[in-house]
Design a protein around this ligand. Structure first.
Ligand code: AMP
Length: 181
């Protein structure tokens, strides 16, 4: 089921724009005001549950840290497991890692090696609050595959469409974004 225009507007208007954060020229999409708005948050979570309830998702993998906030309650609603994808050095057990390039330098994401070992051929949904250039999502999806996922879908609350991040994701990834900006 699609969101009505009114519901979309409610979610969109609950997200605050912070100009020049964390550096000049960036308009930061602040989702703390969405989380703080129980009506908007519920519309969003009900919608994501409805969208994925028959998709056969075994695990939700959330990107640190805002992907955790949407991913964990959605996993609970879908009866799926939740798996954190974290910055280096945060996960306590054996990890596998994936490096990716930033404008200047590199960043890295990690996952526990046994994160998906509870199910054969698991179907995984990757979730983050926002996709910009797609670097984080692309590296995370590669990592999820390395960790043994049979298939990976991706979900974003906000897609900064002008940056074409979704085009950077592998063609076999089914992508859903709630708000295209
Ligand atoms: P990217 O790897 O360029 O797609 O950046 C996506 C990651 O950076 C996500 O984890 C976002 O939460 C964060 N991010 C990038 N740009 C913004 C923005 N304009 N507002 C809020 N978060 C952002």
């Amino acid at each position: 089921m699609n969101l009505s225009e009114r519901e979309k507007k409610q979610i969109l208007e609950s997200i605050r724009d912070i100009p020049d954060f964390p550096k000049p020229g960036i308009i930061f999409k602040d989702i703390t005001t969405l989380l703080n708005n129980p009506k908007a948050f519920k519309i969003l979570m009900d919608h994501l549950e409805e969208h994925y309830k028959d998709a056969g998702i075994d695990y939700i993998a959330g990107a640190e840290s805002r992907g955790f906030i949407f991913g964990a309650p959605l996993a609970d609603r879908l009866g799926a497991g939740f798996v954190p994808i974290r910055k280096p050095g945060k996960l306590p057990f054996t990890t596998i890692a994936e490096k990716y390039s930033l404008e200047y330098g590199f960043d890295e994401v990690e996952i526990h090696i046994d994160a998906f070992s509870g199910k054969p051929n698991p179907k995984v949904l990757f979730i983050d609050d926002l996709i910009a250039t797609g670097g984080t999502a692309n590296a995370s999806i590669n990592l999820i595959k390395k960790a043994g996922a049979a298939s990976v879908d991706a979900c974003f609350i906000i897609n900064l469409a002008f940056l074409k991040g979704i085009e950077r994701l592998s063609a076999d990834t089914t992508v859903y974004s709630v708000l295209d900006i």
